[in-house]
Design a protein around this ligand. Structure first.
Ligand code: TXA
Ligand code: MG
Length: 327
């Protein structure tokens, strides 16, 4: 699979590819997306096949500007206008009531649709050149770690994608915040870089966070218990328990992803250190998990990062990437 530099010429080529019903992987500020023409149901179906994703998992439609939202959504509430004015373009996807003519292939059978304006120059240039909506989930195989570099996409999807546009490493590194505005109350469906308090301060109203899966009626891949997972068994534990785990697994091949702690190297042990800085941590998390996963270790041990709002998105992804959390 050839990776193309995101030059104007290659963005034009990618646009033609999308218009012909092809699949184009492209960088966004969060993670790489696997894009198809959102108005072409046959093209969108290829996304599900390439990812091996169940067809009832709805996709996010990416648009060049908020002005295009009413081509896809109806009854757009005032709150969406406020958020768009304050945040867009940004890592924030809004769930709105879809227009009847929008194919349910895109929305996985839902009457609602996720829309977002990504804040990345390559994504925006592609969207502007293309003109329409680009349906794009993260460009990984279903239930695997999202790609934050072009090479990750090639490793994940190989020949099933027609073109990969390389825009370097993603700045944010975890997927967008998803806010559902289709019901009576704004509800946070996925944590991302834009936090609940930031949303609340712009909306001047409470944002609800469902406390259990059972309360969610919509199939949201990001809400599944096992998601974003490496193939190596992974556990997360507090720094006080790190020495206990290291001792218990002394004779196993183990990878440790630290957040602040100093862990000595041993022949059996690969240590990757990330700083106690949520921005840098998020930028690197998926790439480092991928690196550790490729080493075919017996176990990946992740040191529990701090637990405050700045770390919500990271802790959410870690709880899904690891089978158990010991804290
Ligand atoms: O940061 C991102 O949002 C990346 C980049 C590529 O834009 N995209 C991404 O897409 O993470 P994906 O498909 O991996 O995750 C989208 C999430 C899924 O969990 C999906 O179920 C949810 O959005 N979603 C989409 N439409 C929805 C809807 N109508 N109602 C509820 N959840 C929805
Ligand atoms: Mg995904």
């Amino acid at each position: 699979m050839t990776i193309f530099n995101a030059t104007t010429e290659n963005i034009e080529r990618a646009t033609q590819c999308l218009k012909n019903g092809g699949l184009v992987a492209f960088p966004t500020e969060t993670v790489y997306g696997l894009g198809a023409d959102a108005s072409n149901p046959d093209a969108v179906k290829h996304i599900f096949t390439a990812k091996n994703r169940p067809e009832n998992h709805p996709l996010i439609v990416h648009l060049a500007s908020f002005e295009q939202f009413d081509l896809w959504a109806q009854d757009i509430p005032e709150s969406a206008f406020k958020l768009a004015e304050y945040f867009f373009p940004s890592p924030l996807a809004l769930i709105l009531k879809k227009r009847p003519e929008v194919s349910e292939v895109v929305t996985g059978g839902q009457k609602t649709i996720a829309l977002r304006v990504p804040n990345h120059p390559v994504a925006l240039e592609l969207l502007r050149t293309f003109g329409g909506g680009i349906a794009a989930p993260s460009a990984n195989r279903f239930c695997r770690i999202s790609p934050t570099q072009a090479q990750h996409v090639a490793d994940e999807l190989g020949e099933s994608v027609d073109m990969i546009l390389d825009g370097g490493a993603c700045q944010i590194g975890v997927e967008s915040t998803i806010l559902d505005l289709s019901g009576d109350n704004p509800t946070l469906l996925r944590f991302g870089q834009i936090t609940r308090s930031e949303l609340e301060s712009v909306l001047k109203t409470e944002v609800f966070v469902p406390d259990s899966l059972s309360k969610i009626t919509v199939k949201t891949a990001g809400m599944m218990a096992i998601h974003y997972a490496p193939t190596t068994p992974a556990v997360c534990c507090g720094n006080d328990l790190l020495p206990v785990f290291l001792l218990a697994w002394e004779d196993k091949k183990i990878g440790v992803l630290t957040c602040g702690s100093n862990i000595p190297f041993t022949p059996n042990r690969t240590v990757i250190s990330l700083p106690v800085d949520s921005v840098i941590y998020a930028q690197n998390l998926y790439a480092k998990l991928r690196e550790l996963d490729a080493l075919k270790l017996d176990l990946i041990l992740v040191e529990q990062p701090p637990k405050n709002e700045m770390w919500d998105a990271i802790n959410d992804r870690l709880s899904k990437a690891t089978s158990s959390v010991y804290d």
